[in-house]
Design a protein around this ligand. Structure first.
Ligand SMILES: NC(=O)C1=CN([C@@H]2O[C@H](COP(=O)(O)OP(=O)(O)OC[C@H]3O[C@@H](n4cnc5c(N)ncnc54)[C@H](OP(=O)(O)O)[C@@H]3O)[C@@H](O)[C@H]2O)C=CC1
Ligand SMILES: Cc1cn([C@H]2C[C@H](O)[C@@H](COP(=O)(O)OP(=O)(O)O[C@H]3O[C@@H](C)C(=O)[C@@H](O)[C@H]3O)O2)c(=O)[nH]c1=O
Length: 311
């Protein structure tokens, strides 16, 4: 079994490498944008902003499974770079799908809560109507549609509010700003489910294991879109407060900043973000028999890892 992991230097890609579970399934080819890996190991080069470069690379390696964690994720910057975001998040995914369909290969791909307009009031089902509010969401929706249209077998996993002990994420931003400032103002009227990368890796490996045990008919049933997020939800303000409380409870903060709730209007950004971003994850749990824990569990683990309390 040959597995190609794209985006190995990102939050999620790095968590896949550090976890080791993919590598244990066979031979793992890690690919990054520039051929350099975060830990100095060698990597394949795969630049998704040049979708036409991907087919020769795929022909060379002939993977049995493609796991695509690479993406253009700069939500605000995407507003002024939509063409680039769409090449990476849309066109390149179409190329992966086309190759996978022709070679009967499974594509595991990640998408986002930002494909919805955020005007819902109950958790979004995977087949709920999409209507992205910004360029990033539109580019990710283009990728979803290209993958579905390619005819490739796929596990399209929408996740949200992703964080890890490493990489660019809200948790690390809050801890950094909290060390610099007495007070942080954080939006309290956007709701979502903070999801740590370890949960995504564990749950993806469980889904892959179901896939490998399934016959052709069952695989046809399993191929599709799922919501892979932690259970429960909170606001960005709630998440920031929980981050500080968790760090304080472990004696890791000398001083806890005041976290003041504000409205989205009081924090203007180039991209509009959904107000209600809660995804219904029951379909994933049911199909793969994998319980998705409450978001607070991942937070505890990430804080402990960040401060070296667990290996
Ligand atoms: N972060 C989040 O909050 C959420 C993420 N998602 C989705 O989950 C997946 C994983 O996201 P996450 O790990 O957080 O994202 P990151 O931004 O941490 O990582 C994305 C990776 O993609 C790589 N990348 C960007 N452009 C290219 C390119 N042109 N060619 C090759 N690689 C490229 C980046 O490379 P480099 O390191 O060189 O910059 C980076 O390593 C993505 O599909 C994302 O859309 C969904 C919901 C929430
Ligand atoms: C830094 C900061 C942000 N905020 C707000 C802005 C925004 O509404 C919210 C989150 O800000 P961020 O820019 O960190 O998050 P953002 O980049 O919007 O996060 C998104 O990333 C993409 C990739 C996804 O797919 C989404 O699921 C989601 O995780 O917090 C504050 O209110 N105060 C602050 O000090």
């Amino acid at each position: 079994m040959k597995i190609l992991l794209l985006g190995a230097n990102g939050q999620l890609g790095r968590s896949f490498i550090e976890h080791g579970g993919l590598a244990r399934q066979g031979s793992l080819i890690a690919a990054t944008r520039d051929g350099l890996r975060f830990d100095g190991a060698e990597a394949e080069t795969a630049d998704l902003s040049q979708p036409e470069s991907l087919q020769p690379m795929l022909d060379r390696h002939r993977p049995d499974i493609i796991v695509n964690t690479a993406a253009y994720t700069a939500v605000d910057r995407a507003e002024s770079e939509e063409a680039l975001a769409t090449r990476i998040n849309g066109d390149a995914v179409g190329v992966l799908g086309t190759w996978a369909a022709a070679n009967q290969v499974l594509v595991v791909h990640y998408s986002t809560d930002y494909v919805f307009n955020g005007r819902g009031t109950t958790p979004y089902a995977p087949d709920a109507p999409t209507e992205p509010l910004g360029a990033y969401g539109r580019s990710k929706l283009a990728g979803e549609q290209a993958l579905a249209a390619s005819g490739a077998a796929h596990l399209l996993l929408r996740t949200a509010w992703v964080y890890a002990p490493h990489g660019n994420n809200f948790l690390r931003t809050m801890l950094r700003l909290g060390a610099e400032r007495e007070q942080l103002k954080v939006v309290a009227d956007q709701q979502g489910s903070p999801t740590d990368t370890r949960l995504i890796v564990d749950a993806t490996l469980a889904a892959l294991s179901s896939w490998q045990q399934a016959d052709a008919g069952r695989r046809r049933e399993l191929s599709g879109t799922y919501h892979l997020v932690a259970s429960g939800h909170t606001s960005w303000h709630g998440f920031a407060s929980a981050i500080m409380q968790e760090a304080k409870a472990r004696g890791l903060l000398a001083r806890v900043p005041e976290i003041t709730p504000i409205s989205t209007r009081q924090f203007p950004t180039p991209a509009q973000r959904p107000g209600w971003s809660v995804l219904d994850n029951s379909g994933f749990q049911r199909q793969f028999g994998y319980p998705l824990p409450a978001w607070q569990q991942g937070l505890r683990h990430v804080i402990e890892t960040l401060y070296g309390l667990v290996p």
